[in-house]
Design a protein around this ligand. Structure first.
Ligand code: COI
Length: 391
């Protein structure tokens, strides 16, 4: 019987050289550029199974140049965060969902199965060891990046016989260099991110590398990211998908009724943890119709022309809830959605739990602000929630 990952076997080798902690400045603390002192690693071989796990000083990996991940992209990963509340306690947010998704991504790539509960216990140990790296300020957190890669040195195409799972940690502030300011997206209709029967709903590296080129092109046109819209002529042509690093939401109004829409989990969309959470919170607000449904880009254009497009935002672990104020098309026409920063600030300043209460009749409207405040209240432990896991 091959062995599995076991928290009880975890060995901790502490580093002698602890680095200085960074200043919590959204500009200086560039997302994903600063790492803590230690990493978790555990390796797998066909036959004996998993050996380890260990926490070691952060160090480069040694890989054979023919390791499968280097040639065939047999690698998947996760994005999670640890938060430190005013009570100085550390919390993870719905980490079981990340373990489940990592396991599904791994299965799709024939990477080895692992015990999700035991792996999570090892990750908690790593975060506890690095607790001084977890920023105790709203908007800042410790990003957790587990990755599972095929390491077998073999140039033939076949399921890997060796693998490695490692976890690194990075203190982060806002994902976008603009901080929490709203961003503009380029409407990408030439490049396809995901297609039926593909792996758009898995967190595999191969989904991300091909998005760099469209992202670079969109940056040249002043956009932070792209919004993928399936090409006309393909099955689902004209439908809105997601943005490279976030799921997208559109708030439309019709005869005084609001509808919050995000594309359904049809295999083309990453099942985001923040996506799922925002859907649940918005449903709880009660006065908004919340729909997971297909949305054509021309429906958004029409809603914008007729003054019915109220808000657009992206969601993701890295970016949390990111307001979007513009959609730039290839012909240089642009849909703009005014962002009411005062209304958002009003909601962000609410005391713990108050964003969940029904708004007063004279309160300004900002779904983005209200959702962000509610999410922060749960994540930092200001409001009790079964989603928040103290460690
Ligand atoms: C995340 O939100 O955790 C992601 O993995 C997105 C990544 C492109 C930063």
């Amino acid at each position: 019987m091959p062995s599995d990952i076991r928290h009880a076997d975890l060995v901790v080798n502490r580093s002698d050289h602890l680095k200085a902690k960074p200043r919590l400045d959204p500009i200086e603390l560039k997302f994903g550029a600063v790492y803590t002192d230690h990493m978790l690693q555990v390796s797998w071989k066909e036959g004996p199974g998993w050996t380890g796990p260990s926490i070691d000083p952060l160090a480069p990996l040694t890989l054979h140049p023919c390791a499968q991940v280097l040639h065939y992209g047999s690698g998947c990963f996760e994005g999670m965060k640890a938060y430190k509340g005013k009570d100085q306690r550390l919390r993870l947010f719905r980490p079981d969902m990340n373990m489940e998704r990592l396991s599904r991504s791994a299965a799709r790539l024939t990477l080895p199965e692992f015990d999700k509960v035991e792996l999570l216990e090892c990750i908690k140990e790593l975060v506890r060891l690095e607790r001084d790296w977890v920023p105790a300020e709203e908007g800042f957190s410790l990003y957790i990046r587990p990755a599972l890669i095929g390491t077998h040195p073999f140039l033939g195409l076949s399921p890997t016989r060796e693998a490695m799972l490692f976890v690194v940690l990075s203190p982060v502030g806002p994902y976008f260099p603009t901080g929490l300011k709203p961003v503009k997206l380029f409407v990408e209709t030439e490049v396809v991110r995901a297609y039926p029967g593909g792996v758009g709903d898995k967190k595999v590296g191969g989904n991300y590398a091909p998005t760099m080129l469209p992202q670079l092109r969109s940056a040249h046109r002043g956009c932070a990211q792209v919004l993928y819209v399936l090409q006309d002529g393909l099955p689902g042509g004209g439908l809105v998908g997601e943005s490279g690093a976030m799921n997208v939401f559109f708030l439309l109004q019709e005869n005084g009724m609001m509808e919050l829409i995000t594309p359904p989990l049809d295999g083309l969309i990453l099942p985001g943890v923040t996506r799922d959470t925002v859907l649940a919170i918005a449903r709880g607000f009660g006065n908004i119709k919340v729909s997971e449904r297909n949305l054509r880009f021309d429906e958004i254009e029409h809603a914008a022309e007729t003054g019915r497009l109220v808000e657009i935002f992206g969601t993701g672990t890295a970016c949390a809830v990111q307001p979007i104020t513009g959609l730039l098309k290839n012909d240089n026409t642009e849909i703009t959605i005014p962002f009411d920063s005062e209304a958002a600030a009003h909601w962000l300043a609410k005391p713990p739990g108050m964003a969940l209460a029904q708004p007063g009749s004279n309160e300004p409207f900002s779904l983005c602000g209200r959702l962000t405040r509610t999410l922060i209240d749960f994540q930092y432990g200001y409001v009790d929630s079964p989603w928040s896991v103290p460690i």
